[in-house]
Design a protein around this ligand. Structure first.
Ligand SMILES: NC(=O)C1=CN([C@@H]2O[C@H](COP(=O)(O)OP(=O)(O)OC[C@H]3O[C@@H](n4cnc5c(N)ncnc54)[C@H](OP(=O)(O)O)[C@@H]3O)[C@@H](O)[C@H]2O)C=CC1
Ligand SMILES: N[C@@H](CC=O)C(=O)O
Length: 413
């Protein structure tokens, strides 16, 4: 009998509970062992839960799981990052296998937790931390480890992709689309992590660390999110046949990792534009295989829970690979990857400065911009330029215009 301690019974936790119970027979046939969820840690025992579970399984005390000698595997699907890290560390030290969906913990503590798992001869697995139901971590660790990966690009956050899809296709405002994504269980407890691009940055750091065999710290990844995109922008994007996507990219060259998260505008017939709602895509480029694309549901109850259960089955079957314990983060993510190309730029001032004033400043830097709308905000397409130059222009404008609002995005084509 394999006993599991499940920490968390929210969106993902309830999915894990249901998959393990509903597919119990199949798993037992497959692995020749019985699997049982022995205890479930929650914050509020009296919460109304849309799940058929015996109340006696629920506990408020983490020690009921972490100190129970009969618990073999601890699954972390808690929403609180700090306590999750303490529990996972404790679990490994207490010789329990660990499975987690927590990208915040994995991206910041991967070396330490992998080291502990090796020391204690236990698994530390985190398939669900990137790409929801897409088995990307295992693919990187096993399926394509013969290749030498030099580039990763992807739509790695379901919430923001859902919001952008609803804004673009249905004209729904940002706030309502976010609320909808929260109701569907895609968003983080604090959705700032999603909309500011930090969640994508963490996932990119995890993928880059494994793919490039060098520890990449998400703290060094420049993240711009989608929260400044307005309905006015969306209307212009539609006219231009461009679709906004939040894209994480990293590249390995000359012993450096270049990485960034930013909104980019892609052509409406491109493959990125066809990744809609909470779906994710991860494109890897390697010297041997060329491009490989992984596509699937990037967030939500069942896809994410499926990845958690996959890790559990690997542990029970003894087929798991912990992966390398990465050394100190010396040369990790030390360079920002900046997009060079055409840019969309919207500027608007609320303190009486008119669009001509803004145009004059743009002229000082770039006389070839094309004005595509100046009825309310000033919206221009800048020819081939860099993010650095755009930031210089905006800083110059900020010196003179206090209440400047702006959004810019590279046109990826
Ligand atoms: N939702 C998704 O699509 C995905 C989520 N993840 C990750 O999975 C993890 C869980 O996410 P999700 O299921 O959406 O989160 P939820 O908010 O739906 O659930 C969180 C669970 O954690 C429990 N919990 C929170 N704080 C405590 C505490 N102090 N003590 C005990 N229990 C606590 C809650 O208890 P109670 O039920 O009593 O409130 C709840 O059961 C997160 O790390 C998230 O980043 C990863 C991939 C996709
Ligand atoms: N909030 C995350 C959940 C999955 O990782 C997302 O929206 O992608």
């Amino acid at each position: 009998m394999i006993n599991i301690g499940l920490m968390g019974l929210g969106t993902v936790g309830s999915g894990v509970y249901e998959i393990i119970n509903n597919r119990r027979r199949f798993f037992e046939d497959e692995i020749g062992e019985k699997i049982k969820i022995k205890k479930v840690l929650v914050k509020n025992k009296n919460k109304n839960r849309n799940i058929d579970i015996d109340d006696k399984l629920l506990t408020l005390n983490p020690k009921d799981i972490l100190d129970d000698p009969e618990v073999d595997i601890v699954i972390d699907v808690l929403s609180e990052k700090e306590i999750a890290y303490d529990y996972l560390k404790y679990a490994l030290e207490n010789k329990k296998h660990v499975v987690t969906a927590n990208k915040a913990v994995v991206s910041s503590k991967m070396e330490e937790l992998l080291y502990l798992s090796k020391e204690n001869n236990k698994a530390f697995l985190f398939e669900a931390s990137v790409g929801g139901g897409i088995p990307i971590i295992n693919s990187l660790k096993q399926g394509i480890k013969a290749d030498d990966i030099f580039q990763i690009q992807g739509i790695l956050n379901g919430t923001t992709n859902y919001i952008l899809t609803k804004m673009y296709e249905k004209g729904i405002c940002f706030k309502d689309a976010l609320k909808d994504a929260q109701d569907k269980g895609y968003a983080e407890a604090d959705p700032t992590d999603d909309i500011k691009g930090y969640d994508t940055g963490r996932k990119l750091a995890i993928l880059s660390t494994i793919a490039y065999n060098q520890p990449v710290d998400s703290k060094f990844i420049n993240c711009r999110g989608i929260d400044e995109i307005s309905i006015e922008d969306i209307n212009e994007f539609r006219k231009l046949k461009l679709v906004p996507k939040l894209i994480g990219s990293s590249q390995r060259s000359d012993n450096h990792i270049y990485a960034s998260v930013e909104p980019l505008l892609v052509k409406d017939e491109s493959f990125f534009s066809n990744v809609k709602d909470a779906f994710n895509i991860i494109s890897l480029r390697g010297y041997n295989t060329g491009e490989l694309r992984f596509y699937g549901q990037g967030a939500g109850k069942n896809p994410t829970a499926n990845s958690v259960v996959l890790d559990v089955l690997d542990i029970v079957k003894g087929t798991y690979t912990n992966g390398k314990v990465y050394e100190n983060r010396k040369i990790s993510g030390d360079k920002y990857l900046t997009f060079d190309g055409e840019y969309y730029l919207r500027l608007s001032s609320k303190d009486g400065k008119d669009n001509n004033y803004l145009l004059n400043i743009l002229n000082m830097y770039n006389s070839k911009h094309k004005v595509i709308n100046d009825k309310e905000s000033l919206i221009v397409i800048l020819p081939w330029t860099s993010e650095n130059l755009i930031n210089k222009m905006i800083n110059e404008i900020k010196l003179n215009v206090e209440d400047i609002r702006y959004f810019y995005s590279g046109i990826y084509g």
